[in-house]
Design a protein around this ligand. Sequence first.
Ligand code: PEP
Ligand code: MG
Length: 419
Amino acid sequence: MQIDYVKARQVFDSRGNPTIEAEVKTGKIIERAIVASGASTGSNEAIELRDKEKAFNGKGVLKAVENVNLKINEKLKGMTVTEQENIDKTMIELDGTENKANLGANAVVAVSMAVTRAAAKTKEISLYEYLGELADIKKYCLPVPQMNVLNGGKHAGLENDIQERMIYPVGAKSFSEAMQMSVEIYHALKKLMKKKFGSLAGLIGDEGGFVPKITDEEQKLELILNAIEETGYTKEVKIVIDCASSEFFKEGNYFIGEKKFNAGELTDFYSDLISKFNIVSIEDGMAEQDWQGWNILTEKLGKKIQIVGDDLLVTNIKFIEKAIKENSCNALLLKVNQIGSVSESIASAKLSFENNWNVIVSHRSGETEDGFIADLVVGLGTGQSKFGAPARSDRNTKYNQLLRIEEELSEKNKAVFGK
Ligand code: PEP
Ligand code: MG
């Protein structure tokens, strides 16, 4: 099946910012995809092309839309829609830069995802099955969700703050049971927040989690432990944090609340939190440029817990290779728009698997109604997702799609949960 056209339009994300929706037509099939957008972005991420003009405070994406409608459409028209790698390669070559700065990674990735959807349709299979085929991984699996219930840092307008505190229901027996546990904890936490801090404390940050107006990290984690206790899931549910520490790294030191740390002291601080709060995974514990700090962290805690690279790796095999060689972390946070195409995202996941790393498929803080990453996490069989709190439809689109997939796989007796 050949591509008749690709085109794009400007639509809006969960923060009210412009983003791109791409559309691909092949025969009678028309499929679309919308791109998410980060706030605490890594400096080595592929470039999100913004208009930088008066409209939308510079955040318009009409130049990227035009790149799809003219340049990309011209090249992809007539190509076979199932040639994902070739299509992605064609766009990468057309762009001609290391970081997709010419066409815009937002333009390229929107088309790349819409092409994947259209190809799955032509083959009359589910998107997750097709993604599994593309990756040559035929071990579908529903993820254990990391759910960000207490938002902080850039997602909540706070400085010198750990960004995300997540519940992680490893003891659930199925994805739907993991959802039930997480939703019940979310509501117990909401009740607790309102009781402690008043009715406004039920309001939420960018990823659907609450935002306590306290600076002490232990007090924040204590709130989550209390909510877990309240629901009776203490044995089943662990805690995961994303520090997004590049945001509080200044002139060689880290600043959290009133405290200042060097990399060694920060590792000790984390070590203390791990033992007190049942933490099993830490993402971006060190800043993206502090490779030495990462080595200290992984050396000391890497055997005990999952050490996840997000801003450090930006889903780019160049940085993943370096981190593997230097033992800087032991897991990849995979964000499709960070690298800018489906094929490159799959390559990053596969390189990680080959080196016995874990992979967590992740949303962005600025999300949309597009549920592509739900199919991706099942297709790649990574066993872990990070799609925010179980609230607001930009997050729940992903969870609801996972529930549909769980049902589909259950009917075939193939519903595996976790790794
Ligand atoms: C993250 O840092 O993992 C995250 C999801 O936030 P953002 O999309 O703002 O980078
Ligand atoms: Mg992160």
